[in-house]
Write a new protein. Sequence first.
Length: 471
Amino acid sequence: MTRYTSATDSDRRAMLDAIGVGSIAELFAEIPGDLRLGRPLDLPPGLSETECFDHLGALAERNAHADAELCFLGAGMYDHYVPAIVDAITQRSEFLTPYTPYQPEVSQGGLQVMFEFQTAISELCALPVANASLYEGPSSVASAAYLAIGATGRRRLVVSRGLHPHSRETLVTYARGFGAEVVEVGLESGLTDAAELSAALDEDTAALFVQNPNFLGAVEDLEALAAAARGAGALTVAAVDALTLGVLRPPGECGVEIAVGEGQPLGGRLDFGGPSFGFFCAAEEHLRRMPGRIAGETLDADGRRGFVLALQTREQQIRREKATHNFCTSQALNALGGVIYLAWLGRRGVVELGELLAQRTAYARQRLAELDGVELLHDAPVVREFAVRLDAPVAEVLDRCAADGIAAGYGLGREYPEFGDGLLVAITERRSRADIDRLADALGSAIAQSRANGAFVPHSETKAPSAEVRA
């Protein structure tokens, strides 16, 4: 029987007889009747293979993708060029097909990948230890909260509103299980509000959570933020964009104890939001509380170089309730793509790419700010992303740009009601000067058309009030 051939009545009868059950309905006897559907599923008639193929193809054609339109979307996921070497290596069967390695002696290649990945992330963030990757950026932020709670014995988490909304949501969700309190600090002129932060940090604070550059694209003063947290006896957790670290001071040099991030920009495509990987590195004193796996380098009995899972014992399949993390969280294949991408760039390439992003972003920011109906949301320094305010309905402007084949950016009103007229624009090395000029022309035209079609009252400059979310 193939996986495409359904079980026949006689097949089902034989299976039921083998387990001593009279009917399939008996298998569900323990489920209360009011929880059962009580009728067949409302599904359309089945299709032949060719009909199904054509139907799925038609659905796929309705999706826009970054190769079919000019993409200025960002907000954590970016349209970077992925070199052919990434696919060439990650699709090799020895990397693509193996399951997670439990026995180090038979998984040397996979363990070496983990070790090299850890080394690259550690060097990027200027922190001594890194793990072998996590699910994605937001869960890495939440895992850092658990570490901070264990390290400090405190249960108050102070979070900048500039941290990615998905990370803030994940942190609040995890905090319920931790029995922790999450306190949000607002933004002032695009940056974490220093006065509000000072009032929020106290002797119960386990950690301060910030992002650099933050969600609005603004470059935060990490050193000052970390110093403020340290003054309260709290750790600093910084979510960082790895591809900006060629031009920004790495978190470890700014007094940050824990750095985490989203790995998609490192050799990953957009792919409808995933899969990707998260990275996690920290100061050495937090090594044994770090989540997930850490591969180590050693010598075997014959003096040959080898690799081991050095600190796997923190995972649930080993220590159960004493573990610091659930197991199998390493996104090993995607992390392999990340380390291949970083090796392809090289040390100088990371710097050159960061410089290119900063230069093109500066040009785009200036070009859009010159348009009638556009103003900067903040004037803080930026690297690869910036926010503007539109004197027209953002959704309508985005629709008009989309009709011209341009994904003009991300409407901030979805996550930041105080910036209902805000647009977040991201630049990658794939966006040329000509592309940026095309965006400016389309955006200016879309705003003019929207204004001509009806009056629009722009949102006033407001700052979202800080709010305490108790979990």
